[in-house]
Design a binder for this molecule. Structure first.
Ligand SMILES: Cc1[nH+]cc(COP(=O)(O)O)c(CN[C@@H](CCC(=O)O)C(=O)O)c1O
Length: 304
């Protein structure tokens, strides 16, 4: 069980962690229509700072817009509520989970007039795919499940219900002895991980899946930006699983996963079989940035 914190923000008020409850007939619990974010706050020399908070709140509201959920707060109110939740819980580094969900009221597929509720929780969450994974890389399986068609999953939105597809892939990968799954799209090209975007490096060129069936990752955008600043050529181009197999390096990106190297896919060693040099360079710069050690990227930090 991950560590509790004291307070959770619910619909504009702070409640104790153990009292942050909803009715068992809450609409989203049954039908999966809830939009959410995963955000990280890191401790820096100047105090706790949230990484790209504005971009995450913007995405939360865009997700709600796609699914016609009317959030009863402004972006600014949620932006401030995130920072207040970190302050109230007196925590210097944490994972932040805002969620917008369809509350208790009518049942049935059509969420008629049910209240739209918002909650924000924070908790301490270390390396999502393990400390060793961050250093040495993880083992990945190509899932037997594919990402949904772009007209089934509107993938610019981060929707709770979509994570049934991700759970199927992750459960299968773990039960087969791997650390994570990578999913293909409806045309058989590499899409993304169960909770991450994916990058490969071949002959010094960094490549990632274009914005098709994948979540438009904020960490993905961060990596594309810092790679260009490191004069690493980047491409947003579809690639197949066998190009992944023969890549020199590969890694996952995500708020929870951060930059996690991939050392093996479907029992094929990737490059040298551990974190590659370009991956390490990007990973080191990423962690310097989120910990406030590189003033060039200060724009991405919101101090609490
Ligand atoms: C499907 C998917 N694709 C890509 C990403 C990376 O997006 P970004 O965080 O903006 O770089 C995430 C985040 N996955 C979140 C949920 C993890 C969880 O288990 O819950 C996260 O990393 O917070 C995804 O869930």
């Amino acid at each position: 069980m991950f560590p509790k914190t004291d307070k959770i923000w619910m619909d504009g008020k702070f409640v104790n962690w153990d009292d942050a409850k909803v009715h068992v007939l809450t609409h989203s619990l049954h039908y999966g229509l809830a939009v959410f974010e995963g955000i990280r706050c890191y401790n820096t020399e100047q105090g706790p700072a949230v990484f790209r908070l504005k971009d995450h709140i913007e995405r939360l509201f865009k997700s709600a817009h796609i699914f016609t959920l009317k959030i009863p707060f402004t972006e600014e109110e949620i932006f401030e509520a995130v920072k207040e939740t970190i302050r109230v819980n007196k925590i210097n580094s944490c994972y932040i989970r805002p969620i917008v969900f369809v509350g208790y009221g009518n049942m049935g597929v059509y969420p008629k007039n049910n209240p739209i509720q918002v909650a924000i929780a924070v908790w301490s969450w270390g390396a999502y795919l393990g400390e060793e994974g961050l250093q040495k890389g993880i083992r990945v399986k190509t899932s037997s499940f594919i990402r949904n068609h772009v007209n089934s999953n509107l993938s610019r939105g981060k929707v709770a219900g979509y994570y049934v597809n991700s759970q199927l892939a992750k459960i299968e990968a773990i039960s087969c002895g791997y650390d994570e799954a990578v999913l293909l799209d409806t045309e058989g090209y590499v899409s993304e991980g169960s909770g991450e975007n994916i990058f490969i490096v071949r002959k010094g060129i960094l490549k990632t899946t274009p914005l098709t069936s994948i979540l438009e990752g904020i960490t993905r955008d961060t990596v594309l930006t810092i790679a260009k600043d490191l004069s690493i050529e980047t491409k947003e181009e579809r690639f197949t699983r066998d190009e992944l197999y023969i890549s020199d390096e590969a890694f996952f990106t995500g708020t929870a996963a951060e930059i996690t190297p991939i050392r093996e896919v479907d029992d094929r060693t990737i490059g040298i079989g551990s974190r590659g040099p370009i991956t390490e360079k990007i990973q080191n710069l990423f962690f310097d940035i989120v910990k406030g050690k590189n003033s060039k990227y200060q724009r991405w930090l919101d101090f609490v």
